[in-house]
Design a protein around this ligand. Structure first.
Ligand code: ZN
Length: 466
């Protein structure tokens, strides 16, 4: 009898030990770098390396995670996905057509997202991004709409979600333009129990105690996104602060939490083929990941961190011929292409449209190090001068990319800098390349090998037991 009792105790102890080792993911961090292909990541590491005078990459935090895989990003309708179909695949585990959010391609069936399952299972849920909260990637986790463009309707889905924490720049369409009588989104979310706080300080003052919270940046800023890391001012909301607030808010739940955090503007600068801004965005997302990693170190057996992307943007290549990269050249760039364009417009305005070539040259020298630390060939100077002459002759000329309408001369100057650094870009759109998957913690071993993007949320559900 005594022997039997001992065997049973041992068996139970063994089971407990096994369970503790495998561990269920009580806390899930799901990071999505929008447009973050393998070369955006590898390039950011080469960029860091070159800045430290090395010819080798300096690793980011998340690239050192023990489990690494690849994901296929094609959508139900296209070999190259958009962020709605890509986000939907990563959120609900089903392929759909480009433009569709959380529904099948016939727009008749809604799919349940990993976030909705987590909420149903009693976990605290957070959705956060560096762009607007109604943008395609975050919306894929709580909205079910035939089109990503239905910003107001997406906002009403947010109000209904019951999720605990949201963060992003703002709503882009707080009023329903088609129905003047429809409730304004700020009112609607407050009626649904959300407290809106603006900026990290206000979160710390008022947000912490709220039942459900939405963290936006201060009023008067661009509603479409928080600033690029390269352009950020001291009072701007950052993705790292958003992540800190998410951890602080969601870890109040005894049951555990699920949080999706999107680095949304890696895509935007990649659409503009702006290397320095893109690499700074990737590094910025890595800084946010570090906050999650600190949390993991405190709860290693019960935390899962997964990092991936919805697709690659720009067809970025590390090298454009020969065996050299010169990413050190990127440190000459002070601001994003979008901000460079704004300084060109400001120069034009302050000179009533009559800017001399010398003034334009000085601006490019100041902003990009041209003719100073960046060598400009005669041919490149001719190209810039031709753009300058066009601008002086027929007024400002816009270079349109997915999210920006920048001055043509700014886009051309950024192209020249990227060429000097030997970063190649093949498109202003998305590409069909594999994207990386990195994981650490409870259930992380599932994320290796080549996988469908639709498998990733299913693996999270398995790891967390939703
Ligand atoms: Zn995009």
């Amino acid at each position: 009898m005594k022997k039997l009792f001992l065997t049973c105790t041992l068996l139970v102890a063994l089971c407990v030990a096994m369970f503790a080792q495998v561990g269920q993911a009580k806390y899930v961090f799901y990071f999505i770098g929008d447009g973050m292909g393998i070369n955006q990541v590898n390039g950011a590491e080469m960029y860091l390396g070159d800045q430290q005078g090395k010819k080798s990459p300096v690793p980011l935090t998340f690239t050192q995670f023990p489990y690494v895989g690849l994901s296929m990003t094609y959508s139900q309708s296209n070999p190259i996905t958009d962020s709605a179909a890509g986000g939907t695949a990563l959120a609900v585990g089903e392929k759909t057509s480009n433009g569709t959010l959380g529904m099948d391609h016939t727009h008749t069936k809604s799919f349940e997202s990993v976030a909705e399952r987590a909420k149903k299972a009693g976990y605290a849920v957070g959705i956060a991004t560096s762009v607007s909260i109604d943008h395609a990637t975050p919306a894929s986790f709580y909205a079910h709409r035939p089109s990503r463009k239905m910003a107001y309707e997406i906002g009403t889905d947010l109000a209904k979600s019951g999720f605990d924490f949201f963060a992003g720049s703002d709503f882009v369409s707080p009023d329903n333009k088609k129905d003047k009588k429809a409730t304004n989104l700020y009112k609607l979310v407050q009626d649904s129990g959300y407290v809106i706080v603006r900026g990290f300080d206000e979160y710390n003052k008022r947000g912490v105690e709220a039942g459900k919270v939405i963290l936006f940046q201060e009023e008067g800023k661009d509603v479409n996104s928080i600033p690029f890391a390269i352009d950020r001012g001291a009072d701007d909301l950052s993705l790292t602060q958003i992540t800190e607030a998410a951890i602080d808010f969601l870890s109040k739940s005894d049951k555990g939490f699920f949080v999706m955090i999107e680095g949304g503007k890696i895509d935007w600068s990649s659409h503009s083929n702006d290397g320095a801004t893109t690499f700074e965005e990737v590094i910025d997302m890595d800084n946010a990941v570090k906050k999650a990693y600190d949390f993991y170190l405190q709860h290693p057996d019960s935390t899962l961190i997964v990092i991936t992307a919805d697709h690659e943007t720009g067809g970025l290549a590390l090298g454009i011929g020969g065996y050299a990269l010169d990413f050190g050249q990127f440190k000459n760039q002070k601001r994003s292409q979008a901000e460079l364009s704004k300084s060109i417009i400001a120069l034009l305005k302050s000179n009533k449209g009559k800017v001399t070539w010398e003034q334009m040259r000085d601006l490019l020298k100041d902003e990009l190090g041209f003719w100073n630390t960046v060598e400009i060939t005669e041919q490149e100077e001719q190209i810039l001068m031709a753009e300058y002459n066009k601008m002086m002759g027929i007024g400002t000329i816009k270079s349109k990319s997915e999210y920006f309408e920048d001055e043509e001369i700014a886009a051309v100057a950024i192209q020249i800098l990227n060429k000097t650094a030997k970063a190649g870009w093949t498109t202003n759109s998305h590409s069909g390349a594999y994207v990386p998957v990195f994981a650490i913690g409870a259930g992380a071993d599932q994320f290796t090998g080549l996988q469908e993007n639709t498998d990733i949320p299913k693996k999270i559900i398995k790891a967390a037991g939703y």
